[in-house]
Design a protein. Structure first.
Length: 387
């Protein structure tokens, strides 16, 4: 580190945090990653992402991939539709992904510091000063920084300290289950059951013998009850459970702000960089990391952050349309997926929402009418009675 040159402090050993640290370190910036855990031991969770993760990360992604998905099967009210994929979706193990990104960041020159709990930050005339607590002995220390990146999850302490409002979250719960005999390991199944959840159930095979069956709801206890009922009804025996709180993206919330003479940015779940259509945030979190690194290196300017915001806004518009669909509307949606519409879903992934929407509307205009009816009938985007 150059004499007198303050580092970028990345708070939180998340996937987006380590990716941000690696990008900055490779660009020659001094970086310190501060993580509360005394050793790198991320919680395992089975996730599904698009092939765009490979494009963004390159070889470091491969150690986390446990399966490839080539087909989606959609079910609702006795109806079904199958969508083949031109490029596979990837089933990944989150813990392995984080370990790989941490090693990559360290090789690039980032300094990883464990057992450091973030307490607060303030401007100090030259930039920022972070207060952290050492896990080993409880002592506090001050760390100077030019810029702070909050990568500490949906309930980000950095965001709260820098003045962002506390963000809304939804519960994700899934069970690891044995797959039924003969289940195709390259196929994901999705069930739309709006009386249980405004989102959907999924079954994601992580190997030829077991998979993750779960859902996202709005209330933790009710979501767990719905999952247990769904498992029992379809005779799945849970081997273990996984859970998380997923942030809900909202319009107009900035990812960066000034604090004194320094800047604070948020990435990943801390910035709610999540597609609210599917509540997936791995790829969008990496795009957020690219954008934040670009902004830090270019005096606050980032084309990637602007493009990502447009993409997330479009997902929010789609969720606004779908969020109050009832069973009949989901049945109509599945019925409208003709061969041309399924072809569009095959070629363009959910990480390219604008192209998906355009080609769906061209190939099946009645889908556009169904969506417009959903928007007009439901009014403003509320969460079943909440503002």
């Amino acid at each position: 580190m150059k004499e007198g040159h303050r580092p970028v402090a990345v708070v939180g050993g998340s996937a987006a945090g380590f990716f941000t640290a690696g990008l900055l370190a490779r660009a020659g910036r001094p970086v310190r990653v501060l993580e509360w855990a005394e050793q790198l031991d991320p919680t395992p969770r089975t996730l599904i992402v698009t092939s765009r993760m490979r494009d963004l990360l390159g070889p470091v992604s491969e150690s986390s991939i446990v399966n490839e998905i080539w087909q989606f099967e959609l079910f609702t009210d006795g109806r079904a539709a199958a969508v083949q994929l031109e490029r596979p979706d990837l089933i990944i193990e989150r813990a392995n992904l984080i370990r790989g990104l941490a090693e990559q960041a360290q090789r690039a020159g980032a300094q990883l510091e464990f057992g450091r709990r973030f307490v607060g930050l303030e401007g100090d005339g030259k930039g920022l000063s972070l207060t952290v607590e050492r896990a080993r002995d409880g002592r506090q220390e001050q760390i100077p920084a030019e810029t702070v990146v909050g990568a500490d999850g949906a309930l980000s302490k950095v965001a709260q300290a820098a003045g962002w409002p506390r963000q809304e979250t939804v519960p994700l719960i899934q069970a690891i289950v044995p797959l039924p005999a003969g289940y195709p390991p390259g196929t994901v199944r999705v069930w739309f059951v709006p009386e249980d959840t405004p989102y959907f159930y999924w079954l994601i095979p992580e190997s030829p013998t077991q998979g993750a069956l779960g859902l996202i709801g709005e209330d933790g206890q009710e979501t767990r009850r719905c999952l247990e009922t769904f498992l029992e009804k379809r005779r799945f025996e849970p081997l273990s459970f996984q859970g998380a709180k997923i942030p809900v993206y909202k319009w107009g919330v900035p990812v960066g702000r000034s604090v004194g003479a320094g800047r604070v940015y948020l990435v990943g779940d801390a910035a709610a960089q999540v597609k609210v259509t599917t509540v997936g945030g791995i790829v969008t979190g990496f795009r957020g990391a690219l954008g934040v690194a670009e902004a830090i290196l270019n005096g606050g300017r980032s084309r990637e952050l602007r493009a990502l915001r447009r993409e997330l806004d479009l997902h929010l518009l789609i969720r606004k349309t779908l969020h109050h669909f009832q069973q009949a509307e989901y049945s109509r949606l599945v019925d409208l997926l003709n061969a041309s519409a399924r072809r569009s879903l095959s070629v363009y992934s959910r990480d390219d929402a604008a192209r998906v929407l355009w080609h769906l509307c061209v190939n099946q205009p009645r889908l556009l009418l169904l969506g417009l009816r959903g928007l007009l009938a439901r009014g403003s985007f509320s969460r079943r009675g909440r503002d």
